[in-house]
Design a protein around this ligand. Sequence first.
Ligand code: IMP
Ligand code: MG
Length: 193
Amino acid sequence: MVADVESILIDRAQIALRVHDLGRELARDLQDELQREGHAGDDGSGRIVFVPILTGALVFTADLIRELTLKLSLRVVAVSSYPGTSIESKGAKLAGELPKDLSGKHVVIVDDILDSGQTLGLIDELIRTQKPASIRICVLLKKPPEVRRREVKAHYVGFDIPNEFVVGYGLDYDGYYRNLPYVGVLKKEAIGR
Ligand code: IMP
Ligand code: MG
């Protein structure tokens, strides 16, 4: 498996440090949000909801939420955009249900990577219809703006990366490599095999 990786773009220690910082930033901003609403000193009555986009955001979300000591809940959403051995976005489709009870909540949408923007654009648009109190978008990785087909503002970004197909730390190729503890570039020979 590791033989399929050409190079490590971001190693395990770099990821851990950055996720820790992102967690602190999010905790501070969410705490401020609750304070403005008069929830100072209490737990915000469960108003914070993290919405990870399956399956890619699984590993990142697991680490990220453990950096926060706020009371929060998780509602997963599934989107399919890269079916099978494709490495180009075929447009995003909701797979399954959207969480229904997000009205008045502080929502943090989490994804592994912002690429064409179609996945996050879709989920952001769908969640907005429920009128949450606030929406934040948090991604581990962000590809350059030139690859965007839909404009999306990611409020929290772990790393800006070049336009390369990457795997690991939740990101897959054809369903594999999600368990690699780092983010790496896949060898050209491993694509389409
Ligand atoms: P978008 O809709 O094009 O922004 O793509 C978002 C989804 O495509 C992400 O949630 C990933 O699951 C997947 N994706 C985009 N770029 C990569 C990559 O370089 N490696 C693996 N998956 C990717
Ligand atoms: Mg994926």
